[in-house]
Design a protein around this ligand. Structure first.
Ligand code: ADE
Ligand code: ZN
Length: 319
């Protein structure tokens, strides 16, 4: 059992954390038909591309600053109840533009939710702005320039999510340079829907301190050694990977092998209700299904806090 263990998370997409019950409330509020994406109280999607569409449809049910404040507060409060002291939520100001409230209102709402959860429970939250790969490099650079203004104090990093099989990582190098120059932490989705080459490209062109997923590095032993030697932190999300059929089951998931090879790994939920998981459940899977000891799991939590995009005073307090 892992209920008693301290937890920390580096990787959860905030719109992907909306439970179907909340999405239904939002759908009623805005009079939207969600019968195509929610059935019997669960999200329905068939494959990764379909999942991304379902994700966007859920994101469009949150349409105001207040909606986003409540979403962040609810998610972080639930995490805190499960023993979580720190969470980085992946946010997409582009969604703010899609729903018409704009990036600033979107981030103000999320910031208010993070502060409210902290006031209630003590949990620390930060935001990682994500570029959306299938929107292309030009849109990515615009978003990176926006992130680099650093107008919202809880934004501390930049990520790249979306369809990994589109574009080359090199196409996004300038966007990441902009963020690096602004002092933001860098992480990038790689080695999830594409193979080891994608992780290698991410390391070569972006030089991030963390990789979102990165698990398909296991296809290349030299790359695994490089990740271990360079101390790059992997934000692994086993429940997501099995749900999206990146690996057929937990027995064939490479978390144990990566850990054994000396890679710095962490546990994360990605888009929890879409993948029928939660951060607590990821800790349970690591313990009960993959056989990690409490000491090993505490090591992963420590790694997450060490790799967090957070100021040093907060990091010391969390450790
Ligand atoms: N956006 C939301 N969830 C994602 C995932 N697992 N991979 C890439 N982009 C995403
Ligand atoms: Zn993700």
């Amino acid at each position: 059992m892992t209920a008693h263990l301290k937890k920390a998370e580096l990787h959860c997409h905030i719109e992907g954390a909306a439970p179907p019950a909340l999405a239904l409330v939002q759908a009623r509020k805005y009079n939207v038909d969600v019968s195509g994406i929610i059935e019997d109280g669960a999200y329905v999607w068939a494959d990764f591309s379909h999942f991304l569409k379902c994700y966007d449809a859920v994101a469009e049910l949150f349409r105001s600053e207040e909606d986003y404040a409540l979403l962040a507060e609810a998610y972080l409060t639930e995490l805190a109840l499960a023993g979580t002291v720190y969470s980085e939520i992946i946010v997409s100001p582009d969604h703010g533009n899609t729903i018409g409230i704009g990036s600033d209102a979107y981030l103000r709402g999320l910031s208010a939710g993070i502060e409210a959860a902290k006031a209630k429970t003590g949990i620390e939250g930060r935001m990682i702005i994500t570029l959306i790969r299938h929107m292309g490099p030009e849109a990515a650079e615009r978003t990176a320039l926006y992130a680099a203004k650093r107008q919202h104090g809880l934004v501390t990093g930049l990520n790249l999510a979306g369809e990994e099989r589109m574009h080359n990582v090199a196409d996004f190098a300038r966007a990441f340079d902009i963020a690096r120059d602004a002092g933001l932490g860098l992480t990038i989705h790689a080695g999830e829907m594409a193979g080891a080459f994608s992780v290698r490209d991410a390391l070569d062109h972006v030089r991030p301190s963390r990789i979102s997923h990165g698990v398909r590095a296991i296809e290349d032993a030299d790359l695994v050694k490089r990740i271990a030697d360079e101390g790059v932190v992997l934000e692994t999300c086993p429940g997501s990977n099995v749900s999206l059929q990146v690996f057929p089951d937990f027995a064939s998931h490479p978390l144990r092998a990566l850990h054994q090879a000396g890679c710095r790994v962490t546990l994360n939920s990605d888009d929890p209700p879409f993948f029928h998981t939660s951060l607590q459940q990821e800790y349970e899977i690591a313990s009960q299904v993959m056989g990690f000891s409490d000491d090993e799991i505490n090591g992963m939590t420590r790694t997450a806090i060490e790799a967090a995009f957070v100021d040093e005073a907060t990091r010391r307090r969390l450790l």
